[in-house]
Design a protein around this ligand. Structure first.
Ligand SMILES: C[S@@+](CC[C@H](N)C(=O)[O-])C[C@H]1O[C@@H](n2cnc3c(N)ncnc32)[C@H](O)[C@@H]1O
Length: 333
């Protein structure tokens, strides 16, 4: 059997293979944004966070620098911090430095190598904190119970979910994730979460389609990944990156648009593209404060502190757990 054929056999049944196969067979072709984050994708995302056009990281870091020392003084000693979608854990450093003698840090991410490397660096900077990496898809219904088993019983629990990653989920999915997080963080737990509500296309579109083309490279890297891991034959020069603002759903969408009619093969199947047809690769929902608080309340969280950036309007919420709230029914995404 040829190497390509062997790779095909092994790749057929991975979650990545299943979701790409299903997504490319739909009328509006799509691949979930989770798969943008292989090692190269995570590196490119880090580059995006440094761009002039990408206001969310700058805004959130400024808010954390302004408010974390007061928060850390008031929050219980020996906290266990659970971060989902941690990436490079840059913001985590500010949080751990502000807390009083944090006991443990559990970092969850889908980008395996990047997660282990980022956590190794963090552990050397905070040798007294028990750092644990967990390579998991946090949208999987069973993920949060696996996370719960790894959290130490001691100390108050603090969830950390920065980067407005919650916006990658639609309102219903976001509610389910917040509900599951609530079950893991328990009654006395708190959740610090970054939420973006910007709705001005003049600000949003450059943030998701920058002048240097870093976001374009991030999006196109998905095709490189499909070619490498799923025996695909996408020709990158035949696709272009596009960011669109969908006002009705209050979200930015990323697409990879086919420049010409073409056929592409993935895992031995052929997919036809017309000129102008796209693969939808990411949603970034922009939740208003009222909408986000409503989603959070339904999922068992009550409003706590809200820190708002004066220029961009980006917000960090510190939610508190509502007592004895039943989990929202489990439904697969
Ligand atoms: C928008 S980036 C945010 C990174 C970092 N938290 C920050 O604030 O800059 C999203 C992060 O979530 C991770 N991620 C995306 N989908 C995921 C999933 N379903 N399960 C686990 N991690 C995921 C990505 O690998 C990436 O590190």
């Amino acid at each position: 059997m040829s190497r390509a054929a062997t790779a095909r056999v092994y790749a057929q049944d991975t979650p990545f293979a299943r979701e790409v196969r299903t997504g490319l067979a739909q009328e509006q072709k799509s691949i979930p944004c989770t798969w943008l984050y292989d090692r190269r994708g995570s590196e490119l995302f880090e580059e995006i966070t440094q761009l002039r056009e990408y206001y969310p990281t700058r805004s959130e870091l400024a808010l954390l620098r302004d408010h974390l020392s007061n928060f850390g003084r008031d929050f219980g000693k020996h906290a266990c911090v659970l971060e989902i979608g941690a990436g490079a854990s840059r913001k985590t450093r500010l949080l751990l430095a502000a807390l009083r003698a944090p006991y443990a840090y559990l970092s969850v991410d889908i980008s395996e190598e990047f997660l282990y490397e980022a956590l190794q660096e963090l552990q050397s900077e905070f040798p007294e904190v028990r750092c644990t990496p967990l390579f998991l898809d946090f949208t999987e219904p069973s993920a949060l119970s696996k996370i719960g088993q790894r959290l130490p019983a001691e100390g108050p629990r603090l969830g950390f979910f920065p980067g407005s990653t919650i916006g990658n989920l639609d309102p219903e999915e976001a509610g389910r994730l917040l509900s599951r997080l609530g079950s893991v963080l328990e009654e006395e737990g708190a959740l610090m979460i970054g939420v973006d509500s910007t709705c001005d296309p003049k600000v949003l579109l450059p943030a998701y389609d920058d002048a240097r083309g870093v976001t374009a490279a991030f999006n196109l890297n998905l095709l490189v990944r499909v070619n490498r891991e799923l025996d695909g034959d996408f020709r990158l020069e035949n696709f272009r990156h596009e960011a669109r603002f969908d006002a009705e759903h209050s979200r930015v969408e990323m697409h990879l648009v086919s420049l010409l009619p073409q056929r592409v093969s993935v895992l031995g199947r052929t997919y036809l593209f017309e000129a102008g047809e796209s693969i939808h690769t990411e949603n970034s929902h922009k939740f208003s404060r009222a909408q986000f608080l409503q989603i959070a309340a339904k999922a068992g969280w009550s409003e706590g502190a809200i820190w708002t950036h004066p220029d961009s309007g980006f917000e960090v919420h510190v939610l508190r757990r509502l007592r004895a709230h039943p989990p929202l029914p489990i439904k697969r995404n």
